[in-house]
Design a protein around this ligand. Sequence first.
Ligand SMILES: C[S@@+](CC[C@H](N)C(=O)[O-])C[C@H]1O[C@@H](n2cnc3c(N)ncnc32)[C@H](O)[C@@H]1O
Length: 329
Amino acid sequence: MILFRLSREHPTLPALEIRALYETYGKGFEAQQYENLLLVRECLEPKILQRLSLTREFFRIYKVADKENLDRVLRDLPYKNIRSFCVCASGFESDRAMEKELGAMLKGAWELPVDLTKPSFTVSVINLGERIAVSTEKYTIDKKGLEDRHPNNRPYFHPAALDPKLARLFLNLARAKERDTIVDPFCGSGSILIEASLMEMDAIGLDRDLEMIWGCQRNLDFYTTKAKAIEGDARRIEESVERVDAIVTDPPYARSSRVYGKGLRELYSDFLKSSNKVLKPGGYVVFSIPSNIDIGRPIRDARLKLIGDYEIYVHKSLTRRVYILRRPN
Ligand SMILES: C[S@@+](CC[C@H](N)C(=O)[O-])C[C@H]1O[C@@H](n2cnc3c(N)ncnc32)[C@H](O)[C@@H]1O
């Protein structure tokens, strides 16, 4: 069992991202949500779970205990070869009081010292409401890399660049995994390609703007990725690449990046039709566009199946709508 502490950035996307990751790796997904905590029965490797962009931390759960038998469950924890321990509580009326009470109880039972600064064993107790989850394996999602790759920190900056956190989210929602071929047909300065490549995918970017391709390649090389940016048109992806496993992109919104096409709706429509030509059956297309543009008809015309669409508020004059589409088998 794994317990995820979701970020509160969006009401549904954090849990959806986790579900997509389980699906990508062919795992079952039996889950129960308690506010921003998601308890999933099946396990996935911590290395894979580190890919999550909208989760703060996760715990491998030893047991979910009733309040009455919590002391016994804790005393029975396999605690061999440890020198000291500490208890870390969350979600209780007073976490500190809970830590003090349980720490004192275990100190007596185990005859080991409590060490709050460098314990060799940490016991986490997380309140789920009716029951309490107990864990001795806590993993914090490493967000430092995402900060290092923020558009402001790259050698080539473009104001329309996608936040790396969203780039990761889109790739996860597209069920993309290691060695998959991913194409970003509106690659711009490369946010999606950088993340895809660091997640060990084969990433190819297309753009019509030669300066963007040059800047994008500079960014890709800076993070020592193997991804390539080439000149190409998102309305005719089939002219640049053959079969791909997923298409993940952030098309222009006609604000701070150029539009090569007759208009936004037509550009999106042609991009979707072209996506169908290169995407493997069952493959996903994930992208976001301004929420006020209706692309229901273009999606149907492109013979892609709408799996879901979700709004992300950006600021007063922009709300993105994230689309998850799938090419039927
Ligand atoms: C919003 S930007 C992409 C932002 C990108 N996600 C990033 O992180 O920089 C859109 C890009 O699409 C490119 N573009 C516009 N029309 C295009 C077309 N028909 N084919 C390929 N690229 C196009 C623009 O030159 C621009 O670089």
